[in-house]
Every structure is written in structure tokens, then in C-alpha cells.
Design a protein around this ligand. Structure first.
Ligand SMILES: Nc1ncnc2c1ncn2[C@@H]1O[C@H](COP(=O)(O)OP(=O)(O)O)[C@@H](O)[C@H]1O
Ligand SMILES: [Mg+2]
Length: 283
């Protein structure tokens, strides 16, 4: 269990409720004569609400459907889930998220998803410097920065050979840092710089140092627009500073970790997330 998940359980307990850690692979929706019920590890389980942290390791479309169906089932039984399964589903998919952001007029880098290695090669010729990332991924793992069309071709071939589409994004020539903004409900909790002098990936998991940043009005406005566009209850938003000084949203995390954020700001998102959930349940 991550430190962030532990803090959530603790906050639920501190607020006078009973926390249960649910592993989604063991949560089974049952259609019975009384309607829809849920079994967990063979026993009936009843919940008031839930904080969905991840869908577990997914290795097939069917497995994804079963887990998603379980969450949708909980929701249709009136159980409040944050983030909602629908918005988690969108946020998991980096391309879908960015499409939605673009439609909401939020600045994002030029981005595409393709299934043809020659097209990837052509894009590198056109965009010069690109990042090829897993469409579903986190912690900076598996992302590569490419400016050589032949390298791009080989990378694309390798990804396509395991039946995955290739997610290609224009590299934004940012300073040695990016910005992580944390939003819960309609409140910007705070933001940090993630500084990395040895890697272009500024994830805390890639060894970045954190630094408190008082979010200016523009950052706040962009971040609140992001959660609204993706209908999220809370999120960690990754933003880079472009050469012309403008901001670009590169990714939205619907189940962010907050170790780095917490250490830098001493703000504990768990407290706010649990408060938000309880408020939503009572409505
Ligand atoms: N288009 C880009 N231009 C510049 N830097 C990028 C770009 N995309 C990603 N990065 C860097 O890589 C890190 C990880 O990318 P991100 O899209 O957030 O994926 P992950 O889910 O792995 O965190 C970012 O925090 C940022 O520092
Ligand atoms: Mg990220």
C-alpha cells in the first residue's frame, strides 16, 4: 500500500468512520433476486463511499471491464465514489484527457496517438523533439524523448509489436522543472515545483526535488478548469512552462500520490479528500 493510501485510511478513521481497504480484483458484483449486491473475499460488503485509487494490474480488456462494471455497479447502488469511475476511465487515458482539455480551451502540447511507425518517424521530422509515452502510465516510467527519426521508428515498432498504440507528444522546452498543482473539489490546495537537473522527467519518482510554489492566478484558473473539464473530485495536475512563458498541461492524475507535495507544503491532501467525500455522501 502506498503512503498516500495509508494516510487516506487514517483520515477516514480520524473522522469517525470505518475504513476498509478494498482490492478491486476481489470485489465481485452479484446480481441476485434482491438486486445488485457486492461480495468482497466471499462476504457481503456494504459501503457508504469510496476513494478509487487504482484498478489494479490490468492485463486484458475483459478484466478492465469487470473492474469498471464493479465500480459502476457500486455507483448505481448509490455509493459515492471519488473520483467517479467515468472520470477515472477518461483520466487514465492520457490522450482522451488531453482531447477533453483541448476542447475546454486549456493549453496542452501538440499530441497524437498512432499505429503506424512511419507516421511516428514523420512526426519526429516535423516536431523535431518528441516524447513517446505509455498511453496509460505514471511515475515517468517508460517515457522516452526522441529527436532522431530512426530511433523513433524503432521505438514505435517495439511498442506496436506488443499491440499498443504509440502516444507521441511534442517536447516542451521547459526549464529544469515542472509544476504539480493539487486540487480537491473547487479548491486549489497548493502547488510545488519539481526540480530535476539530471533528467527531463521531473517526477518525484525520478529523483526530483520539490519546492513550494504559491500558485498564481493563471495556474489556479487552469487547474480548476482542468478538474471541471474532466469532472474530477480531486487531481494532481502536471504543468510545464513553455519557452514563451505560457503554461501547458501535460497530464492529469486522477489518483495522484502526494509524498513530494506533502513534504514540501506540509499540506495533507488526504484530510481534504476525505472531507470532500464525506460532504458529497451527505448531500
Ligand atoms: N511534452 C513534454 N515536454 C516536456 N517535458 C515533458 C513532456 N511530457 C512529459 N514531460 C516530463 O516527463 C514527466 C512525466 O510525464 P507525464 O506526462 O507527467 O507522465 P507520467 O504519468 O509518467 O508522470 C513530466 O513530469 C515532465 O517533466
Ligand atoms: Mg506525471
Amino acid at each position: 500500500m502506498t503512503e498516500s493510501a495509508k494516510q487516506l485510511l487514517l483520515e477516514i478513521k480520524n473522522s469517525g468512520h470505518t475504513p476498509i481497504y478494498v482490492r478491486i480484483s476481489r470485489l465481485n458484483p452479484v446480481i441476485s433476486k434482491d438486486g445488485l449486491e457486492f461480495n468482497y473475499g466471499g462476504k457481503k460488503i456494504e459501503l457508504d463511499g469510496g476513494i478509487v485509487r487504482n484498478l489494479g494490474f490490468i492485463s486484458s480488456t475483459e478484466q478492465l471491464m469487470k473492474r469498471f462494471d464493479s465500480l459502476k455497479g457500486l455507483e448505481s447502488n448509490g455509493i459515492t465514489l471519488i473520483n467517479s469511475p467515468d472520470s477515472m476511465f477518461i483520466a487514465r487515458d492520457k490522450f482522451n484527457s488531453l482531447m477533453k482539455l483541448k476542447m475546454a480551451k486549456i493549453p496542452v502540447p501538440d499530441t497524437t496517438v498512432v499505429e503506424d511507425p512511419f507516421e511516428v518517424m514523420r512526426l519526429v521530422n516535423e516536431w523535431k523533439d518528441v516524447v513517446i509515452k505509455p498511453v496509460i502510465g505514471s511515475l515517468g516510467l517508460g517515457s522516452v524523448r526522441v529527436s532522431d527519426p530512426d530511433v523513433a521508428f524503432r521505438v514505435a515498432k517495439a511498442i506496436l509489436s506488443v499491440n499498443q498504440p504509440v502516444y507521441v507528444q511534442k517536447y516542451i522546452n521547459k526549464p529544469e522543472r515542472d509544476i504539480r498543482v493539487f486540487v480537491v473539489g473547487t479548491t486549489v490546495l497548493g502547488s510545488i515545483y519539481r526540480v530535476n537537473r539530471s533528467s527531463w522527467k521531473t517526477n518525484v519518482a525520478q529523483g526530483s526535488l520539490t519546492q513550494v510554489l504559491l500558485p498564481n492566478e493563471e495556474l489556479q484558473e487552469i487547474s480548476l478548469k482542468v478538474v471541471k473539464a474532466l469532472k474530477l473530485d480531486y487531481a494532481g495536475i502536471d504543468i510545464v512552462e513553455d519557452e514563451d512563458g505560457s503554461y501547458k498541461v501535460i497530464e492529469v492524475n486522477a489518483a495522484p500520490l502526494w509524498k513530494g507535495f506533502y513534504e514540501a507544503t506540509h499540506i495533507n491532501p488526504a484530510k481534504y479528500i476525505v472531507e470532500h467525500l464525506i460532504r458529497k455522501i451527505k448531500k
